[in-house]
Design a protein around this ligand. Structure first.
Ligand code: NAP
Length: 507
């Protein structure tokens, strides 16, 4: 995209892309560490990321709320055992209020280039704002591009069509016939909320999900202690995902018991029993999803959706089911969302080119060889199936801070992880993933890319990830720019800069 740069270049020490959970955490932690010279770029007009976008009825975190905050900004006062979306968004607003003046809204990054001579990133937004920074932190998240499968005839549907991640609260559901397509985590939260209001709900299920009872039923009286307790309780389930057949069998038994306890009808039970191994797809934690599916006003349709007419859905067997509202609970387009970041590193090679030719490779999911001083939050292979992802993000935030401090200590401007170190670390992760349930459990999911490689999840205990990312090992990196004095103060030397072929002089 040709972008004209219409403003002065703004110089900062750390540029964070994204004001969602991860980006706000990064900024808050920088501030706490005394690094106030940062700017957060947010493409939308408000902060909150996925917790701003997802406002569908029932949207909540599905792990105990006490685990769903940063240790340096604990949200102990949650009103619910599993906080609902508005409360989580409030938490993020509070986090962001400490540096509101440094968040730039409507700032969609359209280009970022590593300037080897200056050892800095230059970044341009769609509206022509330009920034340069020593460190670039990409906290853009993976779940922000709603997936809307193209279903023949959907454009002819007379009623509202809405995606869970793009909810419109003005849609009237009272007494309506609602068709929900998809049975993932979002659908499992939405359906129990709407069955009471809607006249009838048809749930179009392609693959049933394993469901376990929720963790935590009411807010704990001692949140600090509960945080530790829940963390280790969740952590104890990691082996069931990593390949332990005994742990997996125990978890399977609990899920089957849960299904039998909540669904009396054997035919419905059969329809709701997955044929993949538990954990292969994201496990749903709920005690009101099955009762909602078993209620008289809900029908679980297991025949594939064929096409849509103005007044309903026709399944592959030719049966038409009338509908007034159509809800896509079909998840997100995950593959390639990070690679699509328009960032160009050393040698003029973009992140996309790097990953297209060599596959997605990172060092701990945080840094990428050839992309100096670029740090990813929630990057490849850092998601979790068994515990709070906030713990992983916090590990990454600590790593970024350690990198900044380490460079300051040795007086260098930038680090670039050595290709061979990245290769070895990544190979270890991929090797462990081959034994894990996501590859062996007999299912497809958004965790796997087109070639069946898992670039989404971390295979094992999250505390091991924390240990591995505890310190930046400078010897594993190429160091760039020996005199870092100028960078330390946030100033950059007077020098010319070329953007879009126009020579500009920086302040
Ligand atoms: P999802 O897990 O990807 O589920 C999408 C559902 O839509 C699946 O049942 C899928 O079926 C179905 N589907 C997709 N394309 C379809 C098509 N063309 N025809 C028919 N069915 C189709 O999406 P999600 O439920 O939005 O959850 C996504 C992620 O968001 C979760 O994994 C989780 O990480 C996060 N999330 C978290 C929470 C929380 O509580 N913290 C809540 C909601 C979401 P198949 O399984 O057959 O593909």
């Amino acid at each position: 995209m040709a972008v004209t740069w219409n403003n002065e270049m703004r110089s900062t020490r750390v540029l964070v892309i994204g004001a969602g959970f991860a980006g706000l955490g990064m900024a808050a932690r920088l501030q706490r560490a005394g690094i106030r010279d940062f700017v957060v770029l947010e493409k939308a007009g408000d902060l909150g990321g996925t917790w701003r976008d997802n406002t569908y009825p029932g949207c909540a975190c599905d792990i105990p709320s006490v685990l769903y905050s940063y240790s340096f900004a604990r949200g102990d006062g949650w009103s619910d055992a599993r906080a609902r979306q508005p409360e989580i968004l409030d938490y993020l607003r509070t986090l962001g209020s400490g540096f509101a003046d440094r968040i730039e809204f409507g700032a969609e990054v359209v280009r970022g280039e590593w300037d080897e001579g200056a050892a800095r990133w230059t970044v341009v937004t769609a509206d022509g704002r330009a920034f340069e920074a020593q460190f670039l932190v990409a906290a853009t998240g993976a779940l922000h591009l709603p997936k809307r499968p193209r279903i023949v005839g959907v454009d002819s549907f007379a009623g509202p069509v809405v995606h869970t991640a793009d909810w419109d609260e003005r849609i009237d559901l009272d007494g309506k016939r609602v068709a929900v397509i998809g049975t993932g985590a979002s659908a499992a939260q939405l359906i129990p909320e709407i069955v009471e209001r809607a006249g009838a709900v048809d749930v179009y299920q392609r693959t049933p999900a394993w469901v376990l009872p929720p963790l935590g039923t009411r807010p704990p009286r001692l949140p600090r202690l509960a945080r530790i307790g829940w963390y280790w309780r969740a952590e104890a389930t990691a082996p069931a995902f990593a390949g332990s057949t005994v742990a997996s069998a125990l978890m399977h038994r609990r899920a089957v018991r849960h299904l039998h306890a909540q669904v009396a009808d054997p035919e419905l039970r059969r329809a709701l029993t997955p044929d993949h191994r538990i954990g292969c797809k994201r496990i749903i934690r709920s005690d009101n999803y099955f009762p909602a599916l078993a209620s008289g006003s809900t029908r679980v349709v297991t025949t594939a959706v064929g096409h849509v007419t103005p007044t309903g859905i026709v399944t592959a067997d030719g049966v038409t089911r009338p509908a007034d509202v159509l809800v896509y609970a079909t998840g997100f387009r995950v593959a390639g969302s990070l690679a699509a970041l328009p960032l160009t590193g050393r040698g003029g090679t973009t992140l996309q080119q790097r990953w297209m030719s060599g596959g997605v490779r990172t060092h701990h999911g945080i840094t990428v060889a050839g992309m100096p001083n670029l740090f990813l939050l929630s990057g490849p292979n850092t998601g979790l199936g068994h515990n709070s992802v906030v713990f992983m993000i916090e590990s990454q935030i600590r790593y970024v801070l350690d990198a900044i401090r380490a460079l300051d200590r040795v007086g260098a401007a930038a680090l670039d992880v050595r290709e061979e170190v990245q290769e070895a670390v990544d190979a270890g992760v991929q090797q462990r993933l081959r034994r894990a349930v996501w590859s062996t459990g007999g299912c497809g999911s958004w965790y796997l890319d087109g070639r069946g490689r898992n670039h989404a999840l971390w295979p094992g205990f999250s505390w091991k990830y924390r240990l591995r990312t505890r310190r930046v090992r400078l010897r594993d990196h190429h160091l760039i720019g020996a005199s870092a004095g100028a960078f330390r103060s946030g100033q950059s030397p007077q020098r010319p800069l070329v953007l879009d072929g126009v020579r500009q002089t920086q302040r």
